[in-house]
Write a protein that binds this ligand. Structure first.
Ligand code: HEC
Length: 132
């Protein structure tokens, strides 16, 4: 575990409600911390539920989904025609440098480079996916 992650987990445990945190698994704490990073970096353009698209497509069930296939969303040609499947590795590469990973995407550069933050956001995305 990286020092940064350990610090985050310590922070999560110190938050109000820490009494119940004792019964939480590390996985649950990671999902909670990931939700915070999702809120800070992704939420303004992405809904975590499938009911509505915002500026970007919803990210519920994104794990294992073929890129560009949420029905009611108008994707860039680059993303719609890419044929890639959203695995952990693909999502890491996307968060780190989406427009480098897929030139022509209309998602503007986000650039989440910190591996720990990527890992926490991934944990949160897994929690939104049936096949988690
Ligand atoms: C400024 C708005 C914006 C932000 C911030 C943003 N996105 Fe996006 N995202 C988009 C748009 C727009 C698309 C559609 C891109 C396209 O069609 O080329 C997209 C597409 C995606 C896709 C492809 C989904 C699919 O159905 O194939 C994933 C995965 C994704 N974003 C994840 C993230 C994550 C994770 C974050 C936070 C780290 C994030 N995005 C932050 C706007 C954004």
């Amino acid at each position: 575990m990286t020092t940064r992650l350990a610090a985050l987990l310590a922070l999560a445990l110190a938050l109000p409600g820490a009494a119940i945190a004792q019964s939480k698994t590390e996985a649950e704490i990671k999902v909670k911390a990931g939700a915070e990073f999702f809120d800070a970096n992704c939420h303004r353009c992405h809904s975590p539920t499938a009911d509505k698209a915002s500026y970007g497509p919803p990210l519920e069930n994104v794990l294992g989904r073929t890129a560009g296939t949420y029905e009611d969303y108008e994707y860039s040609e680059a993303l719609a025609g890419s044929g890639i499947v959203w695995t952990d590795a693909a999502l890491r590469a996307w968060m780190e440098d989406n427009d480098g990973f897929m030139p022509g995407t209309k998602m503007r550069h986000v650039g989440v480079e910190d591996r720990t933050v990527q890992e926490l956001i991934l944990a949160y995305l897994h929690s939104l996916s049936a096949a988690n």
